[in-house]
Design a protein around this ligand. Structure first.
Ligand code: SF4
Length: 230
């Protein structure tokens, strides 16, 4: 059994085509802009089996078409890598494409097995340098480096994302470093996404002080300038 925060039935943003998105409970990082702080606690959510997930996905299979499928997100899905791997195997038996949406907040042998089984890895590169990564997420960049090395060696189809936030990643040197960091990947898509404040109410509901209070989302001019560097 795995601990699942929620399931979005037909999302269009987390991978190719229309997708069922499974948000796993638990995350070792504490990103300052997190819009899902209600997934942090590893003990929350509901218990579901891989058969439950496969049965739910089978109901939506006709909407997936040739490109859609199921995306495992979170939280950090690598925290429950063995469970997610069982889900991927069950979904593959149904011919359903599986994507893994991760910040690589931890790395171990189970993470590597799950990366190998997924059809696509969507990797959120939080920051390009160790100090910036720690300041933004509270974690160590080492697990991200291991994930990148594994993706590069396996030539796994990969999407890379980074959230641009003023005072953290909104910096030309940082974006140039991102370009170097992802060199050699089997990269299908690279996205810079503007920081947004849609998750602020969740921090307040949980009684947490919002870590980016007063930080404004970048405007389109800033985003265009940074995207041009890539
Ligand atoms: S990795 Fe995702 S869920 Fe975890 S703290 Fe960062 S944004 Fe939130």
């Amino acid at each position: 059994m795995g601990r699942v925060h929620s399931i979005e039935t037909l999302g269009a943003l987390d991978g190719p085509g229309l997708r069922m998105v499974v948000f796993l409970q638990g995350c070792p990082l504490r990103c300052r802009y997190c819009h899902n702080p209600d997934t942090w606690c590893a003990g929350g959510g509901q218990e579901l089996s891989e058969a439950d997930i496969a049965a739910r996905a089978a109901r939506y299979k006709r909407f997936f078409g040739k490109t859609g499928g199921v995306t495992f997100s979170g939280g950090e899905p690598l925290l429950q890598a063995d469970f997610v791997l069982k889900c991927v195997r069950a979904l593959h038996e149904e011919g359903i494409h599986c994507a893994l949406d991760t910040g690589a907040g931890l790395w171990n042998e189970a993470s590597a097995r799950l990366f190998d089984a997924a059809d696509l890895v969507i990797l959120d590169v939080k920051h390009s340098d160790p100090a910036g990564f720690r300041r933004l997420t509270g974690g160590d960049i080492g697990t991200l480096e291991q994930a990148l090395a594994h993706l590069r060696a396996a030539q796994k189809p990969t999407w890379v994302r980074q959230v641009i936030v003023e005072g953290y990643t909104q910096d030309e040197g940082q974006v140039r470093a991102l370009k170097e960091k992802i060199r050699g990947l089997n990269l299908e898509r690279l996205e810079l996404l503007p920081y947004h404040t849609l998750g602020v109410h969740k921090w307040k509901a949980l009684g947490l002080p919002y870590a980016l209070e007063g930080v404004a989302p970048p405007d389109e001019t800033v985003m265009a300038r940074l995207r041009a560097l890539l």
